[in-house]
Design a protein around this ligand. Structure first.
Ligand SMILES: [Fe+2]
Length: 264
């Protein structure tokens, strides 16, 4: 009799651990599926923005990893990168972003509302991802305080937004858009370097300009500009291993890669 109770207690504890593990895995999968659904909705509405945000996520993750950030922060950066421009899909802005003529001052003011609109769209996720809305809201802030919408300065700007701002500009420069041709990798490197300490966090710019990081970004950029194959790898049938929070690092997409991008 003596050994029975400890054994059953041990079995119960194991069962509880297993149950917790399953619950956590299910929650992770649900979270990844929810965010990917939102990303699919961006694609369905505007595949060019879908392509842009994936490239930005790729560059932002490279920079974040080079900065030695932990996995939790990297996930957070990735989410901000993927949804930083979701506010552009607002009905009031869609026509403006599809305009081919130069923006009027009034249109420019309207465009500047997209971080706020994005944060509002994402508000229901605040309880689960408190950094997401804040990061999206701040992705056009500048290190010198001359950004928008709040004019935050320096490290008052969330780290996620500081990383994404650099990645966003890099893609805006190197990817063809409706009103500008794609410029070279060297042009982008120069432009980012020139904005060190004014638009961008100087430490992050230093990091980006280091040869190993530049090499990784250049490789990712070349990959992003290659013809895409159908996405593979994250949709294994009956996937048994735990799904990550969302890092799909940023798998190739078959859609939206050939058309000119719109404004970042
Ligand atoms: Fe933006």
């Amino acid at each position: 009799m003596k050994g029975i109770l400890p054994l059953s207690v041990s079995a119960a504890a194991t069962g509880l651990l297993y149950h917790e593990h399953r619950m956590r895995t299910t929650a992770q999968r649900l979270s990844a599926a929810t965010l990917e659904t939102l990303l699919n909705a961006i694609d369905a509405n505007d595949a060019q923005t879908g392509g842009h945000v994936r490239r930005v996520a790729t560059y932002a993750l490279i920079l974040g990893e080079a900065a030695g950030l932990d996995e939790h922060t990297l996930h957070s950066i990735e989410r901000v990168a993927l949804f930083h421009d979701i506010g552009k899909l607002h009905g009031a802005l869609t026509d403006i972003f599809h305009e081919t003529a130069k923006l009027t001052p009034e249109e420019r003011r309207a465009v500047m509302t997209h971080p706020q609109r994005g944060a509002e769209v994402l508000e229901p996720l605040n309880a689960f991802y408190p950094d997401l809305g804040k990061g999206v809201l701040a992705h056009h802030e500048r290190w010198d305080g001359n950004g928008y919408p709040r004019g935050l300065k320096g490290k008052r700007i969330p780290l996620q937004a500081r990383v994404v701002a650099i990645a966003d500009s890099f893609d805006a420069i190197t990817h063809r858009r409706r009103y500008s041709h794609a410029r070279s990798f060297s042009d982008a490197r120069r432009a980012i370097a020139e904005r060190k300490g004014t638009q961008f966090d100087p430490e992050l710019v230093e990091l980006l300009l280091s040869p190993p990081v530049l090499a990784k970004i250049e490789k990712a950029m070349r990959h992003a500009h290659m013809p895409r194959k159908k996405a593979r790898g994250n949709r294994r049938r009956g996937e048994a291993q735990p799904a990550p929070d969302i890092t799909f690092r940023w798998r190739p997409r078959s859609r939206g890669s050939r058309s000119p991008d719109r404004q970042s």
